[in-house]
Ligand binder design. Structure first.
Ligand code: FE
Ligand code: CA
Length: 530
């Protein structure tokens, strides 16, 4: 037993200032309580009629000595309350050095609270760096599947290699999560999910491969059930059990094309929209292996954060939805006019931008990664230079801030900047200039955009107008619209991105292959064929 009890002592000290309901939420979020007397809790040790671990287990946000372990009790994940009676439940957890759970290195008890949807978030600390661990939960007589997780290298170490994948956009109605079958074979240290983890739409809107339950989601129960419907997928929770994930959201975890507190629909009152956002963010927190720092406060939730893989790579995980100003031109495509280039347009918001620029100032990592949502390459989508059209929901709608970000990266001589992106259901490899519309503007970074897991159905190897896209956008070095994810191998000398694709997601048994692989050598942001 070498896990720290520090957070617990903290929570006990704070108890006097919190009412009981909030303490329950707080304790549940911080979890893990060997020293805490539970005499005041109405916990029980239930006997389950059916498996309460239908949503599997997950881990996330590791550092060199700790990691978040997650589960949520839901014998019937698709009904309100998950088929549980509304009582808190004590959940035991164990961490071992071996997959047979014999050499236990940490264990404890946590409380699954009603306030947080009977989810469990345990921060296990005092772990050895850069090691695999196995974990499981027990509630009453039910034992969870065993998950595997990993700590990161220490900040001052110089790791020789990092293997990870990033994914996004998994519309349940449009396809199966077959891509995760291959990902589970990849022996990855980490996974990044860059958003559109769920889609908010009503049943039948997007397809019939599988159907969402109910109307477009709005209430906390709606969001909880939608998340549960997705996570009950064995390929999805199976991949969560394989290694730790860092997750961030895009728009569909809440509402399509949301921008700050502004709906894409005209006439939605701010208070109504924020009440819905509070429900969406709480359900997201409950379902994800996130630290207590992310615990939502009403309609706000701090999701941007940093992670270091020793001195090899530093990741800034961004939230380009919660703080952004409204899209110009009512979200529709537009030339890069004064509205798009206005200096009052912000994708990041002041606080996140200041934080990011500070991080970029301080970093001494070899590779500096922005793990974010929408495409940064200023891609002219119609290929018509006389009347060019750019997506106002992506970075071109915030062009001044994007230019400022790239200029800052260049001025600070940030080592090997790499941008990772999701959102648009297609693969891209882009060379980023300070301003991509000006060919004399210096090349500063490389962007890898990963396609969707399932959104858009089977997709196409060669999308329409491919020649036009390449000729109108010299920074675009690769584009493809099949389903899949991107697998990255990072060493001090080079970065390789493999575009893993699956040949179909509309039927089980899709086959995976690597459609293309690109390399960036340290010191040179140019994209080269692997
Ligand atoms: Fe999407
Ligand atoms: Ca999106």
């Amino acid at each position: 037993m070498n896990h720290s009890t520090q957070p617990i002592i903290q929570s006990v000290k704070n108890l006097g200032r919190l009412d009981r309901r909030h303490f329950m939420a707080f304790a549940g979020a911080l979890s893990a309580i060997p020293v805490l007397s539970r005499s005041s809790f109405a916990t029980r040790s239930p006997v389950f009629q059916s498996n309460p671990f239908t949503l599997g287990v997950a881990s996330g946000d590791p550092d060199a000595k700790s990691v978040v372990l997650w589960t949520r009790l839901a014998p019937e994940p698709k009904v309100p309350g998950g088929g549980m009676s509304p009582e808190t439940v004590e959940v035991k957890w164990e961490v071992a050095e071996d997959d047979s759970m014999k050499k236990i290195v940490a264990s404890g008890k946590s409380i699954a609270t009603i306030a947080l949807g009977l989810s469990v978030h345990v921060v296990v600390s005092g772990l050895e760096p850069i090691r695999w661990f196995w974990y499981r939960f027990q509630a009453g007589d039910a034992v969870s599947p065993v998950g595997r997780t990993r700590t990161l290298p220490t900040a001052d170490s110089t790791p020789e290699k990092l293997n990870f994948a990033f994914a996004s956009c998994q519309n349940y109605e449009q396809g199966l999560f077959t891509a995760y079958e291959q990902m589970a074979q990849d022996e990855l240290d980490l996974v990044f999910h860059l958003g559109d983890y769920i889609y908010e739409y009503e049943a039948g809107r997007n397809g019939k491969i599988r159907t969402h339950l109910g109307a477009e989601i709005n209430s906390l129960d709606d969001y909880r059930i939608r998340h549960a419907q997705y996570r009950a997928d064995p390929l999805l929770h199976g991949m969560h059990a394989k290694c730790p994930w860092f997750v961030t959201w895009d728009d569909h975890e809440f509402d399509n094309n949301c921008a700050g507190d502004i709906s894409e629909e005209v006439g939605v009152a701010t208070a109504t929209f924020l009440a819905r956002r509070a429900a969406a963010y709480q359900a997201y927190y409950e379902m994800m292996p996130l630290r207590a720092a992310c615990l939502p406060k009403g309609p706000n939730m701090l999701l941007f954060r940093s992670a270091s893989f020793g001195k090899l790579a530093q990741f800034q995980i961004l939230d380009t939805r919660q703080y952004r100003s409204d899209q110009p031109n009512f979200d529709k495509k537009s030339p890069l006019n004064d509205s798009a280039r206005s200096t009052t347009q912000s994708m990041l918001g002041n606080q996140q931008r200041d934080w990011l620029f500070d991080k970029l100032k301080q970093t001494d990592a070899q590779w500096n990664v922005l793990a974010q949502q929408v495409m940064m390459g200023m891609f002219m989508s119609n290929g018509d230079p006389t009347n060019p059209a750019y997506s106002m929901d992506q970075w071109p709608g915030y062009a001044a801030e994007r230019v400022k970000l790239m200029q800052t990266v260049k001025d600070l001589k940030v080592s090997n900047p790499i941008v990772l992106t999701g959102d648009i259901h297609s693969n891209w490899a882009n060379e980023l200039r300070i301003d991509d519309t000006r060919s004399e503007s210096p090349l500063v970074a490389t962007e890898f955009v990963g396609t969707s897991i399932s959104s858009g159905g089977n997709g196409a190897q060669n999308p329409a107008n491919l020649d036009k896209i390449y000729s109108a956008n010299p920074g675009v070095r690769f584009h493809n619209a099949e389903r899949g994810y991107v697998r990255c191998q990072v060493t001090p000398k080079s970065w390789q991105s493999d575009y893993v694709v699956v040949d179909q997601v509309t039927k089980p048994g899709g086959k995976s292959s690597v459609r293309a692989a690109f390399v960036v050598e340290s010191g040179n942001p140019k994209i080269q064929k692997a």
